[in-house]
Design a protein around this ligand. Structure first.
Ligand code: KIV
Length: 423
């Protein structure tokens, strides 16, 4: 079928680094606390990070990237706190979130990352080095051979610390030579990497291009059966969700994302968009793909991240924006009052946004029609019909012209009262 799938959550397969027993299961890796916190102005305290990590675990995130421990003693402390607390809690169905720390490909960084995550029941070290010509030449000033050697050494070192869950990212993979990617990825898998994360670091890829990159990696990396392919899509062209889904369609089984899509520059793929796309269309369009995300905790987590990070959510943001479940035009309001499925593909309560009873998200504005006004007045305890309704409707329209944000309940009641005093 082509319709909305909305399939109930299937049980989450047991966690084994590098292998997923159910080929349809897609792991969700949240990096709100690492890449998300790299949004200019989005600094979080350790207490806020712990609260967010707790919410992410309740949401069902498989892997929580808790920070970049070498960045500062505070970062290390926050990661350690999350590993000790959230990383030691056993949730529904025996699920324990993996706690991950980021490191560049050097021993000092890897030591700090391990120091941060090692207290978790399921610790992961994530190490990375750039592989695109521009990054290798201008930033690292290293040859491709040197970069391969550094990556292999880093992965081996992480494994030697006793960490059996090691993720490797070739930074700027989106602009790297695919043949070079196959080479470095084959080498790090042999060295013990269990997740290969493919970042489109500058958000340059189009969906078909990113999908082909993932398909190429799946087909050409030696030992790929022992590693999970992951996507990490930035949003510079507004394509991060589409690219992540193209990755899943081509064999990626981990998606990296952040709550509300926060992150460097234009941000990362947003967890709520990717997870709800898979929830809504995974069955019919993505060969049965599903995640362990429990959608009902999406909205509360999104609000928490908004409040703690100070990063406002644009009103028309998919899934969690203030207008995502609001309807202004008369035609849409009329449809919604008759059947909510006319203009809503997701019921707001599915993602944990509870409108009042009988509230179908009608916003009374200048495009609203008589039907919506009549229904709203009934809800406010002042039912009207016939000439009285027409008269209030005319005055409402005059007021609505001047109110950009719509006419709220108190203002509507005032319009009704004004009419009474005139009569
Ligand atoms: O965008 C990026 O390349 C990253 C990597 C460290 C995964 O954030």
């Amino acid at each position: 079928g082509e319709g909305a799938d909305g399939v109930a959550r299937a049980p989450r397969p047991a966690y084994v680094p590098g292998v997923i027993s159910d080929p349809k299961y897609v792991r969700v890796f949240d990096t709100t606390l690492r890449d998300g916190e790299q949004s200019p102005g989005a600094t979080l305290t350790s207490k806020e990070k712990l609260d967010i990590a707790t919410s992410l675990a309740r949401l069902g995130v498989d892997i929580i990237e808790a920070g970049f421990p070498i960045a500062s003693p505070d970062d290390l402390e926050a990661v350690r706190g999350i590993a000790k607390k959230v990383g030691n809690e056993v949730y529904e169905d025996g699920y324990v979130p993996v706690i991950c720390g980021l490191s560049r490909a050097n021993k000092k960084d890897i030591d700090a990352a391990w120091e941060g995550v090692r207290h978790a029941l399921r610790p992961r070290i994530h190490t990375f080095i750039a592989t695109s010509p521009i990054h290798m030449e201008s930033k690292l000033r290293k040859t491709p051979d040197e970069v391969v050697a550094i990556a292999v050494e880093a992965v081996k070192y992480a494994r030697s610390l006793g960490c059996d869950d090691v993720e490797f990212s070739p930074e700027d993979a989106g602009r790297s030579d695919p043949e070079f990617l196959y080479r470095i990825l084959s080498a790090v898998v042999e060295a013990g990497a269990t997740t290969l994360n493919i970042p489109d670091t500058v958000g340059i890829c189009l969906p078909d291009e990113f999908g082909q990159l993932i398909a190429g990696i799946k087909a050409n990396v030696k030992g790929i059966e022992g590693a999970v392919i992951s996507t990490h899509c930035q949003n510079d062209l507004g394509l991060s969700t589409a690219n992540s889904l193209a990755g899943v369609a081509n064999g990626a089984r981990q998606v990296e994302c952040t709550i509300n899509g926060i992150g460097e520059r234009a941000g990362n793929a947003s967890l709520e968009e990717v997870a709800m796309s898979i929830f809504m269309r995974g069955q019919s369009r993505l060969a049965g793909a599903y995640t362990g995300i429990n959608p009902v905790y999406i909205y509360p987590t999104s609000q928490m991240v908004k409040n703690y990070s100070g990063m406002a959510i644009q009103p028309h943001k998919a899934i969690v924006g203030a207008n995502a479940f609001a309807h202004e035009s008369g035609i849409h309001q009329d449809g919604m009052l008759k059947n909510k499925l006319t203009y809503e593909i997701i019921a707001p309560e599915q993602i944990g946004y509870f409108r009042g009873e009988n509230d179908v998200g009608v916003v009374m504005g200048k495009h609203s029609g008589r039907h919506a006004l009549s229904s709203k007045l009934k809800q406010l305890g002042v039912p009207m019909e016939g000439d009285a309704l027409d008269e209030v409707f005319n005055r409402f329209k005059l007021v609505a012209e001047t109110k950009l944000g719509g006419v709220n309940d108190d203002e509507l009641l005032a319009i009704v009262r004004d009419g009474e005093s005139v009569q």
